[in-house]
Design a protein around this ligand. Structure first.
Ligand code: SF4
Ligand code: SF4
Length: 338
């Protein structure tokens, strides 16, 4: 089977319909001055003309608030509650595909739960996925990938499930021509030129970053931070959570609820005995960089920053992750890669 196909724009609804067997479908929708992922059933609601959504598709895979189980205090029985049912994520940019890949290394069940359809994009000045090694879909998790062309899509297949969907679309799609593949290559070339030119090579710097753990520069870098946690909440790879229990009125049944939290909040480092193990804002600020770039890499072999630019774009005081790293690595004259 060929792995690239051409789907005319008019076939988008058929694609949406054929994906419905995998679960509810979420796609980018314009809301106000931005875009969000929402459940849709009509292709006419979908808008692929966006740079980044406010929240990443993670919100469907690891909901920000979720019930995870029920226990009965008398019998001590505990019944886990999973997020049953599949989900289709349609219109995921390469950086977020890599974000899902990172999450799936910690939560392998997500691979089975989601049918993921990527879509091509153009960067703005906040995107640094090229530096982060996440600008292309190839090494990430996806079932289908769409490249937007004039009047239609070039459709690439990334999994056996994806092949099944292509089979269903036979009659509507046709093999991509060499000219269309050439147009796709041109698009990728032009897209690469649009990335802001930087000296930041994120891949390969985690050892240097680790070595600068005690640098005084962190105090200076974190001085404007408010500790608001926006950066972690919008990040496609952050997954820290806390939990609480909700008993029913008779105390016979208790629901366990998990909710997303942030390493930027002081309470996140509060442990038994009232001890805060990351008491200062600058330590919490630094921790985010170390966990993402050093910790994730050590744990699952992939950095926890995919360069989506959300934390920079949404930070209320304009702290930009890539600039912090540039200053850390280059202002001190450490300008070579490991
Ligand atoms: S969003 Fe900005 S101000 Fe808020 S915690 Fe993150 S870096 Fe600090
Ligand atoms: S750290 Fe910032 S740029 Fe990197 S993946 Fe998270 S939100 Fe995106």
């Amino acid at each position: 089977m060929r792995i690239s196909w051409y789907l005319p724009e008019t076939g988008l609804q058929d694609l949406v319909d054929s994906l419905s067997s995998f679960g509810r479908l979420a796609a980018p929708v314009r809301r106000g001055d931005g875009h969000v992922y929402e459940f849709v059933s009509s292709a006419s609601d979908i808008d692929f003309n966006f740079t980044r959504t406010k929240l990443p598709p993670k919100k469907f895979l690891l909901p920000y608030k979720r019930m995870v189980g029920v226990y009965h205090p008398e019998s001590m029985d505990y019944t886990p509650v999973g997020n049953e049912g599949g989900i289709v994520l349609l219109g995921v940019h390469p950086c977020d595909l890599h974000g899902i890949e990172v999450l799936a290394r910690f939560f392998p069940e997500l691979r089975e739960k989601a049918f993921v359809v990527g879509v091509s994009c153009l960067p703005d000045e906040h995107c640094f996925c090229l530096d982060a090694g996440s600008a292309f879909a190839e090494s990430a998790l996806f079932d289908l990938f769409l490249v937007l062309l004039e009047g239609g899509f070039l459709l690439f297949v990334g999994s056996a499930k994806g092949i099944g969907v292509v089979e269903k679309l036979k009659g509507l799609i046709r093999e991509a021509t060499e000219e269309e593949i050439f147009l796709c290559r041109k698009f990728l070339e032009e897209r690469t030129k649009l990335f802001r030119k930087r000296t930041l090579p994120l891949a390969g710097t985690s050892l240097l970053i680790e070595a600068l753990y005690h640098s005084q520069v962190w105090e200076e870098l974190s001085k404007d931070c408010l500790g608001c946690g926006t950066c972690t909440n919008v990040c496609p790879t952050c997954f820290c959570f806390a939990s609480y229990d909700v008993p029913d009125i008779e105390g016979r049944k208790v629901k366990r609820v998990e909710f997303a939290t942030s390493c930027q909040y002081p309470v996140h480092s509060l442990v038994a005995g009232g001890h805060y193990f990351r008491p200062s804002l600058s330590e919490r600020f630094k921790h985010r960089y170390y966990h993402k770039l050093v910790g994730y890499t050590r744990q699952v072999g992939k950095a926890g920053c995919v360069g989506c630019g959300r934390c920079s774009f949404f930070c209320p005081v304009g702290i930009r992750m890539e600039e912090v790293l540039e200053r850390l690595l280059y202002d001190q004259g450490v300008n070579h890669r490991c």
